[in-house]
Design a protein around this ligand. Structure first.
Ligand SMILES: C[S@@+](CC[C@H](N)C(=O)[O-])C[C@H]1O[C@@H](n2cnc3c(N)ncnc32)[C@H](O)[C@@H]1O
Length: 385
């Protein structure tokens, strides 16, 4: 396939629109002719990460002030990469604690950015699309770039609706933030991700978990996901975590165990999942009512058959649309999601009890993205009776 394919009915994730990477490298065309890019997602640790407890979203282009030292990125120095993070923080954290011991966050007001500077920043983060044939970084160069706290993700930039899994969505980063903020919960666990897309959340989970079954549907998508797992294997090594990319179609009833099919399950893996899984995760998987129904059916079927009680964390972005039917803005996909949660709670099959609760969004932010208030995380607990 050497033809670049663009269609008019495409959607683009805000993550790729605002990601403060100077380099968006188109590395290849995928099996269906879509340009594939690599983005770097830096995990902000310690003094770099940001507690959005006050609910203030931090857009990727906003200047940030380090919470521990109070020092901002300040004006970029010549040659410093757009959006790049300063590595050092020499500040004294004690000075920033209030009398109760809470961290006092000093954030530069948005107004201090000049409109010219703002516009220049936005211009600068437009993706640079390398012409086809220009040299892509070699595998060992990528590995070098990946070192430390950077996750490298292959993705496409804009896709038709049926290929949305090839982009990274904000819900994936919200869920990844939650995972990193709950290390004890995920440590050593067996985890199942539904609708994993590029695999970024599974990769983050596997920095803590024992094994993550990272599932989605479609050969091309699963290939990209597997490639992302390979690109980031150095992050998993220290903890010994493993990501297994497997096919799991919510529209089917079974785990595909046909050895001839790529990304199929081994019988032992299905058994391991049923015997040991205690956590399920799913990011931004409820945007189409039929898929949402199918996802909830899968969630019900799998959790009802697990040996242990389990908890599923589901992130969703409430997307507002103007509809002629309502002559108003509505979020039908979100409303349907909420109805499915209610239905789950109402199930009385004598086998499993489901309880549902929202997760407070006051957990730290480890990735650069806009933590908008429409991003929500829900917790579903399945308890065998
Ligand atoms: C909006 S994307 C989210 C991808 C990723 N979790 C993220 O947040 O970046 C929705 C995902 O649901 C997956 N999906 C849709 N229908 C599915 C089905 N029938 N079985 C399994 N996965 C499905 C898509 O392939 C896609 O990866």
């Amino acid at each position: 396939m050497d033809q670049v394919t663009f269609r008019s009915d495409t959607v683009l994730s805000d993550v790729h629109l605002l990601l403060p990477n100077a380099r968006h490298l188109m590395t290849r065309l995928n099996g269906v002719g879509q340009p594939v890019f690599i983005s770097r997602f830096k995990i902000l640790r310690d003094c770099e990460n940001h507690d959005p407890g006050n609910g203030t979203p931090v857009p990727a282009t906003e200047e940030r002030v380090c919470e521990a030292c109070g020092g901002g990125e300040g004006p970029r120095e010549e040659g410093e990469e757009e959006g790049g993070q300063r590595e050092k923080c020499g500040g004294d954290t004690r000075a920033l604690l209030d009398e109760d011991g809470d961290l006092d966050v000093v954030r530069r007001p948005r107004g201090t950015l000049s409109p010219e500077r703002d516009a220049a920043d936005r211009d600068a983060i437009h993706p640079i699309i390398l012409s086809k044939g220009e040299e892509a970084p070699a595998d060992d160069e990528l590995q070098e770039e990946c070192a430390g706290n950077v996750i490298m993700i292959e993705h496409t930039m804009a896709t038709p609706l049926e290929d949305v899994g090839k982009q990274v969505w904000r819900g994936a980063l919200l869920l990844a933030d939650f995972i990193l903020s709950q290390p004890m919960l995920f440590q050593g666990a067996t985890v199942l991700e539904l609708g994993a897309g590029t695999g970024i959340t599974s990769i983050v989970a596997a920095t803590l978990a024992k094994v993550v079954y990272c599932t989605d549907v479609g050969q091309d998508l699963l290939n990209m996901c597997q490639q992302n797992v390979t690109l980031n294997r150095h992050l998993l090594k220290p903890a010994g975590g493993e990501v297994k990319v497997r096919e799991l179609d919510w529209l089917g009833d079974e785990f595909c165990t046909d050895a001839e099919t790529e990304f199929s399950w081994m019988e032992e893996e299905v058994a391991d999942l049923h015997d040991n899984a205690t956590l399920l995760i799913a990011a931004d998987v409820c945007y189409d009512d039929d898929f949402t129904d199918a996802m909830f059916r899968t969630l019900y079927r799998i959790t009802s058959n697990l040996r242990h009680a389990s908890v599923a964390y589901i992130s969703i972005e409430k997307r507002l649309n103007f509809t002629l039917r309502h002559m108003d803005v509505s979020c039908e996909a979100y409303d349907h999601f909420r109805r499915c949660l209610d239905d789950l709670q109402d199930i009385t099959d004598g086998k499993t009890r489901f309880t549902v609760e929202p997760v407070s969004p006051r957990f730290p932010q480890f990735f650069h993205y806009e933590r908008i208030e429409q991003l929500e995380l829900w917790k579903v607990t399945a308890t065998p009776l």
